[in-house]
Design a protein around this ligand. Structure first.
Ligand code: NAG
Length: 443
């Protein structure tokens, strides 16, 4: 039943300013009152969840993943579909572009990750699936590629749908791919998933366990960024794509913070001081994120084993967020889930419809309405705008990076030009023939 306390309050969806409402002490109010008020707050400003793995659900359920798209609107197995997102007051979602780390599956990826596999194919299939999902559900979803388009979607009462990419192992060792993926709408890149890549070192596996670091990457002397990884961070800054440090090794976090000219994000992580797991952010990194520092954002995660395997509850999630806010500020925290990407969730946060319950706990702990609106979305919008501004400036100052992963052996293109150079203009062929002859002499 609707509480009479709110009967006179003015509900104006689309405005992100809190209307004058009777002062209620949320610390002592009932759960129902807090949840009701949480729903009201979510109607004012978009709640943004930066990590939702629904594309993987479609891919594992069907040999024709595109045929799963209608179910997104009617009810899909897993943690996320449009009806439940609406129920949860969700205003925007980053759908995850992801393919499995082949070496973590025991596949030989070759020396220096040079052996070709299906990763790049599957990455583009995942992008196509997400873009097709958005297209098919235009009445409720709207592709968003910047902060303004998230606000526009919210005004149209649609859920903003964005693309985030989880791991540089999907780039085929090439900066060329990140430029193309950015053009297709990718707005953050997690520098690693659970494997090292040609670019950066990972914190390793740990899903379903208490977590463990993997042996350091042979490619990076510091178990952080490689030389091409440094170029990648700079290129992401230039493209206006957010650098995401969830899943990365502490070395990668630290070196990315040294280099990044824009705020970074942790798209789904907790605080290591609350639960000691490599997927959570250590204090020395949190201390570099806050006001006057990097100004980035750490967004929550709802995976049981990162929160607290013995107490994976809503209050415990809020312990993580409050610790991070105290170590950085309330302007540097946000909400995220990992829905559809985990087997064991936090009690009470079983799917995307449950967000008001989490928000209610912040009310109970005395967070003000304005602080909650920051937490649920405005802090991330601020970070996105900062990243966009940096990108705009850098694109006016410098050209795309021409850097090539130094372990590659396929350039200049030896198998190009057709049999005996039959596809090559004669002057080009002459230059190539000379080079081949010179190399033969040197042998
Ligand atoms: C779980 O965490 C919450 C929040 O810190 C705390 O209030 C509660 O006592 C904890 N429960 C257990 C069983 O440890």
């Amino acid at each position: 039943m609707r509480s009479t306390l709110f009967s006179w309050s003015l509900l104006v969806a689309g405005s992100d300013h809190v209307q004058a409402r009777q002062q209620v002490n949320w610390k002592t109010s009932s759960d129902d009152q807090r949840i009701e008020h949480a729903r009201y707050l979510l109607s004012l400003s978009p709640l943004l969840d930066t990590h939702v793995d629904t594309p993987q659900v479609m891919r594992v359920l069907s040999d024709h993943p595109m045929d799963m798209i209608p179910q997104l609107g009617t009810g899909l197995a897993g943690h996320f579909d449009i009806p439940r997102a609406k129920q949860g007051g969700v205003g925007g979602v980053f759908f995850t572009v992801w393919t499995p780390c082949q070496d973590q599956l025991g596949v030989d990826v070759g020396p220096d990750y040079l052996k070709p596999d299906n990763t790049v194919r599957d990455t583009y299939e995942s992008i196509d699936l997400i873009r097709s999902m958005i297209d098919a559900h235009q009445d409720t979803l709207k592709l968003a590629t910047d902060a303004q388009s998230i606000r526009d979607a919210f005004k149209e009462k649609k859920i903003a749908a964005l693309l985030g990419m989880e791991g540089s192992h999907m780039l085929g060792g090439s900066l060329s791919n990140i430029r193309t993926l950015a053009a297709l709408g990718v707005r953050y890149l997690t520098l690693t998933h659970v494997c090292h890549s040609p670019f950066a070192s990972s914190a390793g596996g740990g899903a379903g366990t208490d977590g463990s670091f993997i042996p350091p990457s042979s490619l990076s002397p510091t178990n952080g960024l490689t030389p091409i990884g440094v170029e990648l961070v700079k290129e992401l800054n230039r493209l206006g794509v957010m650098v995401d440090l969830s899943h990365t090794s502490d070395g990668t976090m630290s070196e990315a913070l040294d280099i990044s000219e824009a705020p970074v994000i942790f798209s789904h992580s907790g605080a290591r001081a609350i639960h000691n797991h490599p997927r959570n952010v250590p204090d020395h990194i949190l201390d570099r994120m806050g006001p006057g520092k990097n100004e980035g954002i750490i967004l929550s995660v709802l995976y049981k084993h990162f929160i607290d395997p013995n107490n994976a509850t809503i209050p415990r999630v809020v312990d993580h967020v409050e610790y991070i806010a105290q170590r950085t500020s309330k302007k540097h925290v946000g909400l995220s889930s990992d829905f559809d990407g985990m087997s064991e969730v936090v009690e009470g946060m079983e799917d995307t419809s449950k967000w008001p319950y989490l928000v209610a706990e912040f009310l109970r702990r005395g967070w003000t309405d304005e602080e909650i609106l920051d937490l649920t979305g405005r802090n991330l919008l601020r970070v996105m705008e900062d990243v966009e501004q940096v990108g705009k400036k850098l694109r006016s100052e410098r050209k795309p990076s021409t850097a090539i992963y130094d372990k590659r052996t396929d350039l200049p293109g030896t198998n190009w030009g057709g049999p005996h150079g039959a596809y090559l203009p004669t002057d080009v062929k002459a230059i190539v023939d000379k080079r081949v002859a010179r190399l033969a002499d040197e042998l």
